[in-house]
Design a protein around this ligand. Structure first.
Ligand SMILES: Cc1cc2nc3c(=O)[nH]c(=O)nc-3n(C[C@H](O)[C@H](O)[C@H](O)COP(=O)(O)OP(=O)(O)OC[C@H]3O[C@@H](n4cnc5c(N)ncnc54)[C@H](O)[C@@H]3O)c2cc1C
Length: 423
């Protein structure tokens, strides 16, 4: 039976990535909610390298987990992003510094798999269901409940479904209905590849002067961008090569080799970084590049008591390091709203308030992130690879992302919810 009064409400979270696991940590604190998390993969695990989390991501996590956030980050091996240096990587200005920052309120860098494992590890095993791939969501005609159908043929009833099932998730189609294909993710015009390298190896190949302190380096150059970060107590270096995609392709993944990397960075080869980075990448066995895809437009994140969060709602390019941060903000807002929901009707109003508040911000971040990629790859018509002009173009771009006051954001969500309730 769907719930129409103040008894407990059953919520299915589809997807156990960073968005789903964070949301589960948020909602499990609300005694009225019974949550279950369903993950299609055989285990709750993350592939990929590091994730950088700025002040907004950390504040959202703090709002969700309280002081437990710091312990969690410590266990996950997070290191502060104390210092960032942006440098020109190709052309006549190669080696010149664009900006250097040592933030009084630094972000952090953390290994994605470790972060997910810590988030999942503090949830009761009874709410975690691996190997459960969502197939369909059916509305039940006699009640407000929904039937959640999995590919293994099992079915469970819920009062609400939250899709945290990633960029190609299934729940999005139950939110957008017949129009869903129109709003599928599409190529953003860049690709990237990533690798983790032992610290000593990176220091030898790239030069010890780049590793005197734990500093993130970003190299902006002709048609591309190179980044390296020190991780995990100076044992590992995370390296990224990103580049403009000459012709966007529907094929997201492609094998890379020396010829492709050299061709991509051909205007960089006389500069201080490209040759060394290419050597580090070529040590990797299966070297693949991935197209960056994004949601260019999404008319709603919500359909009644179904909603999407994280990459399922607003997948973005990684240029402003904001994808996971948006997922944490989503979880924080849903925690605030759903702690005031006592019926299926309230859940609808809460989801609707979530959509009204979150969609404009997330779409603005998606658009800004793509534009930042253009600038960092030296393709901004005005800035080019001029260090001073680059600084001018880049400096203000993070303010609206990192400067959001999370407490005020929650209050705004609750104001929209209360107004809707008053009707
Ligand atoms: C290369 C790269 C670098 C990035 N760097 C940063 C960064 O520095 N900072 C930052 O903030 N963000 C960054 N991001 C973005 C960030 O990693 C993502 O926004 C975030 O991980 C998304 O998490 P998610 O849980 O929404 O999606 P996912 O991680 O995709 O998780 C979705 C989960 O749902 C499961 N699933 C899918 N379909 C089903 C189904 N039918 N049934 C059940 N389960 C299903 C999947 O198996 C998966 O486990 C980066 C992203 C990329 C690609």
């Amino acid at each position: 039976m769907a719930t129409t009064d103040t008894s407990h409400l059953r919520i299915a979270i589809i997807g156990g990535g960073l968005a789903g696991a964070t949301l589960a940590n948020a909602l499990i604190q609300i005694p009225r909610l019974e949550i279950q998390v369903y993950e299609a993969a055989p285990t709750f695990s993350e592939r990929g390298a590091a994730v950088a989390l700025g002040p907004n991501a950390l504040q959202a996590l703090h709002e969700i987990l309280g002081s437990g956030k710091d312990d969690l980050m410590k266990r996950a091996g997070a290191v502060p992003l104390n210092s960032v240096r942006s440098v020109i990587g190709s052309g006549p200005n190669a080696g010149k510094i664009v900006f250097e920052s040592s933030d009084p309120e630094p972000g952090i860098v953390v290994h994605r798999a470790s972060l997910l494992s810590e988030l999942v590890g503090q949830l009761p095993k009874t709410v975690l269901h691996a190997n459960k791939k969502l197939a369909a969501i059916n509305l039940k005609s006699d009640t407000a409940a929904m039937e959640v159908v999995f590919e293994d043929g099992t079915i469970a009833d819920f009062d609400a479904v939250i899709g945290a099932d990633g960029i190609f998730g299934r729940v999005r189609s139950f939110v957008l209905g017949d129009d869903a294909d129109r709003y599928d993710a599409s190529p953003a015009g860049f690709w990237d590849c990533r690798t983790l390298v032992p610290f000593e190896k990176a220091k030898t190949v790239l030069g010890s002067e780049l590793f005197e302190i734990d500093r993130q380096y970003g190299w902006a150059g002709d048609g591309g961008y190179i980044l390296h970060d020190v991780l995990a107590n100076r044992t590992t270096v995370h390296c990224v090569i990103s580049a403009v995609e000459p012709s966007p392709t529907r094929d997201r993944k492609r094998p890379l080799n020396r010829e492709i990397l050299t061709q991509t960075l051909n205007k960089w080869l006389d500069g201080p970084i490209a040759k060394g980075i290419i050597e580090l990448f070529l040590e990797q066995d299966d070297l693949d590049g991935y197209s960056q895809w994004e949601h260019k437009e999404t008319p709603t994140y919500v359909n009644g008591t179904i909603c999407v969060i994280g990459d399922a709602a607003h997948a973005t390019t990684p240029w402003q390091g904001a994808g996971a941060a948006m997922a944490f903000e989503d979880a924080m807002i849903l925690q605030a709203l759903l702690s005031h929901a006592t019926s299926s009707k309230d859940i609808k109003l809460a989801f609707s308030a979530f959509d009204a508040l979150r969609r404009p911000r997330c779409q603005r971040i998606i658009d800004s992130s793509r534009g930042t990629g253009v600038i960092l790859c030296g393709r901004d018509a005005n800035a080019g690879l001029d260090p001073e002009k680059l600084l001018e173009a880049l400096a203000p771009r993070w303010d609206f992302i990192e400067g959001l006051d999370m407490v005020a954001h929650k209050e705004e969500a609750l104001r929209i919810f209360a107004e809707a309730k008053m009707g």
